[in-house]
Design a protein around this ligand. Structure first.
Ligand SMILES: [Zn+2]
Ligand SMILES: [Zn+2]
Length: 149
């Protein structure tokens, strides 16, 4: 929480949500500083979505979005803390992040596929939570094996 405002809402908006008026994060994304950073990030990976690999040119470049890997430090513009994804992939990532944050979330059966696909697009907090759940699941499965014996 280096540069963030303690009074700001904990979550800005979802990838596909409507911008909230007066929300500091929404305002920040309209600033020249953010727009320059966004353009740099998109240039750095040659205008490809890092998840589905789709390439965008011309006006369609606006389909690409810069996703925060470290939303706790929302205003800290370090390229390693961001990934570039298309709006569709961004929705999938944010949906999964929201699910992980849920109190009663349990690992889905296909969690390995999810982990391979979007593990490196998750925030540290979400990765840690998923890591703990994966460990617990592995432990339980081991116990089951012993019981069978
Ligand atoms: Zn994509
Ligand atoms: Zn995002």
């Amino acid at each position: 929480m280096i540069l963030s405002d303690p009074d700001e809402p904990k979550f800005g908006r979802f990838a596909n949500g409507k911008p909230k008026k007066g929300d500091p994060k929404t305002l920040f994304r309209q600033s020249p500083k953010w727009k320059e950073f966004r353009a740099l990030m998109i240039r750095m990976n040659n205008a490809h979505c890092e998840l589905c690999g789709c390439h965008y040119t011309g006006k369609r470049v606006t389909q690409l979005q810069v996703h925060h890997l470290d939303p706790e430090n929302y205003y800290l513009l370090n390229p390693v803390s961001f990934s570039v994804v298309c709006s569709s992939c961004h929705d999938v990532i944010e949906r999964f992040v929201t699910m992980i944050k849920g109190k009663n979330w349990v690992l889905p059966n296909n969690y390995r596929e999810w982990w391979i696909l979007i593990g490196h697009h998750l925030s540290k907090e979400a990765r840690e939570k998923m890591g703990v759940l994966i460990e617990e699941k592995a432990k339980k499965e081991k116990e089951l094996v012993y019981e069978v014996r």
